[in-house]
Structures are given as C-alpha cells and as structure tokens.
Design a protein around this ligand. Structure first.
Ligand code: ZN
Ligand code: ZN
Length: 88
C-alpha cells in the first residue's frame, strides 16, 4: 500500500466520508432514496459506493463482490468502507 496522506488529511477524509454516508442513510430512512440493485450484476443486496464524498448523493449500488472488485481497481486509499451496509 502506498499511502502518502498525512494524518490531518486522513482525518478530514474520514469526516467527509461519515457525513456522506449519514446523508444517504437519512434519505433512505425518509424514503427519498432507495437502495438499488448491483449496477453490475443486479443482485438486490447491495452496498453504497461513493466516488466523491463531496457529492454525498451520488451513490453507486454494488453487491459485496463487485464492491470489493471495484476497490481492488481503485487506489487503496480510496476505500469508502461499507458503513451503510445493513441499513433498512
Ligand atoms: Zn454485483
Ligand atoms: Zn466503495
């Protein structure tokens, strides 16, 4: 793993990530957003993936397999974690 990020940047990324995930889970709870099927294979059990935490409502829904696969392609430090798995 090649992580050049300093601690402050790392912490800030974590904060933005949490904010983005919270926004999505709120919208889902309010029924303003729905969890979609995997955009690759159509499996209904999905996790939300953010390309950009500054755009919290731009979520891609991916099953666990394809989410893992995507993160293998993306740089290791772009992990968005799977904090919204298991909601509703
Ligand atoms: Zn899939
Ligand atoms: Zn992701």
């Amino acid at each position: 793993m090649n992580r050049k990020m300093d601690h402050a940047t790392w912490m800030e990324r974590g904060r933005r990530q949490k904010r983005a995930l919270r926004k999505v889970s709120e919208k889902i709870k309010l029924g303003k957003m729905t969890r979609g099927p995997c955009i690759v294979c159509g499996l209904p059990k999905t996790e939300g993936h953010h390309d950009d935490y500054d755009k919290p409502l731009e979520v891609e829904w991916l099953c666990m397999t394809h989410h893992r696969a995507l993160h293998k392609i993306l740089r290791e430090d772009q992990k968005c974690h799977d904090a919204i798995t298991g909601l509703n």
